[in-house]
Design a protein around this ligand. Structure first.
Ligand code: MG
Length: 180
């Protein structure tokens, strides 16, 4: 049988890659809280972090992060072939493959994820502002979109779980006509 990568190794490598690139899980959780706070009063950072951790357990998410971070690192070391080296290094605005890779994360969590992703990508809240700073000498062409997508996916997960909790608390909330 061909060798395969154990899921625990992939998960550990993903957490290492994020830490190594200067992104903490609390910073991603903060983005998720920023997205959901106005819909869920009292939403804690701990709850957001819990959902971020669950998102990071998905193999599709791990694959996307490891691929994107690797390309960022190679571009930073100037070892990619031209013209891709220049495109990724300069975060060329018409490239777009960084966003496409991030969509593979959003695909898992449905349409709320897309809206959240578009919004957080625009406002560049928290850690996203740092990742978009072009004066650090680091390349984060892929990582900024991946982090935004993980936060958006976590926010989507939070929204769905919140609704499930509401439904459990108010099982008779629907008017009788809806039951027909
Ligand atoms: Mg980008």
């Amino acid at each position: 049988m061909a060798p395969f990568v154990h899921s625990q190794a992939l998960h550990a490598a993903t957490l290492r890659a994020l830490a190594e690139r200067g992104v903490s899980l609390d910073e991603i959780a903060e983005l998720a809280r920023f997205l959901q706070a106005s819909y869920i009063p009292g939403l804690s950072l701990e709850e957001c972090r819990h959902h971020v951790e669950r998102v990071l357990e998905k193999r599709e998410v791990q694959n996307a992060i490891l691929t994107g971070v690797e390309l960022d690192k190679l571009a930073e070391r100037q070892v990619l072939s031209q013209p891709l080296q220049g495109i990724i290094e300069s975060d060329e605005s018409l490239y777009g493959i960084d966003e496409i890779l991030a969509l593979s994360i959003l695909n898992i969590y449905g349409s709320i994820g897309y809206t959240n992703y578009g919004y957080i990508d625009k406002v560049k809240h928290g850690i996203l502002q740092h990742l978009n700073d072009k004066n650090t000498g680091q390349v984060h062409t892929f990582l900024d979109d991946l982090v935004a997508a993980v936060a958006a996916a976590a926010a989507s997960r939070i929204a769905h779980h919140h609704r499930a909790r509401q439904e459990a608390a108010y099982p008779d909330a629907n008017p009788p006509a809806w039951d027909e």
